[in-house]
Design a protein around this ligand. Sequence first.
Ligand code: DP6
Length: 340
Amino acid sequence: KQRQQDFIQQILTQSANSSPLQAQKTRGHGQAPVNIALSKYWGKRDKALNLPINGSVSISLPGLGTETTLSITENDRDIIRLNGTTLEPEATFAKRLSQFLNWFRADQTTAFSVDTSNSVPTAAGLASSASGYAALVLALNDLFDWQLPKESLSLLARFGSGSASRSLFDGFAVWHKGHQNDGMDSFAEPLATLWPELTIGLVKVDTREKPVGSTVGMQQTVDTCDLYKAWPEQAERELKTIVDAIQKKDFTLVGKTAEHNALSMHATMIATWPPIVYWQPESVAAMRMVWALREQGIEVYFTMDAGPNLKLLLQEKDQTAVKKAFGERDIQIDFIQPFE
Ligand code: DP6
């Protein structure tokens, strides 16, 4: 608790507002994109400060994400609205959010009213917690007029949800695992590369709530999976490979490293006890489609997170062929150009 307090304090001392927990306007607003990790974050080395075992790199999807409005309310407890519906305070989503907001109350009586909307299905492996905590931190920064730099906001977002550290940025973002015990060097930074031809395909297999959330899933993996021992070294190596390949715009190397990284992460999940299998039969069918397309010379790769949906990596020139192939099998796919 003390380390967490110190962490927040250290960030807020950089605030432009001399009393950083006093609202400077009626409402704060924040908006952030979802991101897809190309090399994954899976495992915490410090649960209190939410520090990862390994670094990761992602691509943000503009147009998909979270929009959040925040104000201080006279009510005696937080009012949390998700996609237009007021949640029960006991709901998992509301509880986690209120716990995060505990760090930002001027005193015990401060309650927040939060209105948050996702343009992606919540908790379906489309990283809504990433855009959610990034948008919330931006809304806090606005309400309290902290004027903090993006890297500091990334630290705060990380504290809410690890992958949220990367959702402060458009384009590619690298989340450094960091080395310090105070957690102050584990934030994300953008990469300068723009890559207009790069296209993401979203294959929606199932958008229902996932059975095991990432926080619990990665903990079980760290605790019980023998294969996980190989992960930290592999993840750091593949992170470097992907960052270099992005800078050289080597699509093949980005694609194959990302796919291998995702399958390796899922191998650790499967080898966890109790086993964590996010795949549905349709997920495997979609993987086989991707491999069949590559056999035909159409360069497409996939990545997957803590859910059954696939995210495809392809180049714009191949979009029509990929769309046709999935269409013939009645598999729903949406395309997004992150640098459009
Ligand atoms: C598989 O960021 O949701 O999507 O820090 O516990 O909130 P917490 O976990 P979270 O985990 C994301 C895991 C992942 C991989 C990734 O996005 O890097």
